[in-house]
Design a protein around this ligand. Structure first.
Ligand SMILES: NC(=O)c1ccc[n+]([C@@H]2O[C@H](COP(=O)([O-])OP(=O)(O)OC[C@H]3O[C@@H](n4cnc5c(N)ncnc54)[C@H](OP(=O)(O)O)[C@@H]3O)[C@@H](O)[C@H]2O)c1
Length: 273
């Protein structure tokens, strides 16, 4: 299994990155970043909404890792959408992250206003043309929201970051995106740590891996990119130690059958602010 894959615009992305949602303590983020870099992570997923871009930028700077070795993702907040606000808050994100470009910039949620999405995308396309962003993407977009962008975009989205885990498997959406060359990236891949399904525990035992490692490996084998979050050094190492195991087809099928439809967060079909 490759540790990096190509996006539809030729940019390479690591298949696993560190998520930092809800991490707001500078000490915690410092330890998480140091541990992640040591464990081999090169991708970091933040968002304007997480209010930790500054801390992440400082921790990466403290770590002394060359900028070009890092794949940095952020997302425009729902409240910051629209043409001018996107341009302005993108610049703020860059300053907080102490960088002059992002590898990936996403629209965090589509909301229900098509024009607001298109104005935001237009600003992102401009930033892409000016080489301030290496790849443009979306998050929490269903096919009808994706159509809004695809109908008029001059730069195609490279991926869609969506809720996807054992309980809520976004299989139809994944097929839809796959047919259009748009990669899927799973958020909350660990179901926020709620990994108690007996079938999962049995598979962990069978493969000599932890439940977290099994679900992350299951995602990779299903073609998803993953961004598990942890602030604990040992878990950060554990979550990336998934390249020496291969789940058999019947075990993949078993995990694929555990979908219950229960979401952790908002339904993009109705969510707005
Ligand atoms: N685009 C979006 O709308 C969206 C929405 C949500 C999340 N995201 C992104 O996706 C990332 C991941 O999602 P998430 O943070 O919601 O949830 P997650 O990665 O599914 O789970 C994180 C939780 O699992 C625990 N954990 C981590 N490794 C573990 C392990 N090996 N065994 C047991 N528990 C473990 C963590 O605890 P400790 O930290 O205490 O170890 C934390 O409580 C976010 O950080 C964010 O970057 C995006």
């Amino acid at each position: 299994m490759e540790r990096e894959v190509l996006l539809n615009n030729g940019v390479k992305i690591p298949v696993i990155g560190l998520g930092v949602y809800k991490v707001t303590d500078p000490g915690e983020i410092e330890v998480a970043v140091e541990s992640a870099l040591e464990a081999g992570y090169r991708a970091f997923d933040t968002a304007q909404m997480y209010r930790n871009e500054q801390m992440l930028g400082q921790s990466l700077k403290n770590a002394g890792i060359p900028r070009e070795e890092i794949f940095l993702t952020s997302k425009v907040d729902l409240g910051n959408m629209g043409y001018q606000k996107t341009l302005d808050t993108f610049q703020e994100s860059l300053e907080k992250l102490q960088t002059d470009y992002l590898d990936l910039f996403l629209i965090h949620w589509p909301g229900q206003d098509k024009e607001r999405v298109l104005e935001t995308w237009k600003a992102m396309e401009e930033l892409y043309q000016k080489k301030r962003i290496r790849a443009l993407g979306l998050s929490n977009f269903n096919p009808r929201h994706l159509e809004w962008v695809l109908e008029s975009a001059s730069v195609k989205p490279v991926l869609n970051q969506v809720e996807h885990h054992l309980q809520f498997q976004n299989t139809q959406l994944a097929l839809w995106c796959q047919e259009r060359g748009i990669r899927m990236q799973a958020w909350s891949p660990l179901m926020r740590g709620n990994l108690t399904q007996p079938q999962l525990l049995a598979l962990a035992k069978k493969y000599g891996k932890t439940p977290a490692q099994i679900v992350l490996r299951w995602d990779l084998q299903n073609g998803y990119l993953v961004i598990p979050k942890s602030v604990h050094r040992e878990r950060i190492f554990e979550n990336i130690d998934i390249f020496d195991v291969e789940l058999e087809p019947e075990d993949m099928a078993l995990l694929n059958s555990l979908h219950t439809g229960q979401r952790i967060s908002h339904d993009p079909e109705v969510f707005d602010f």
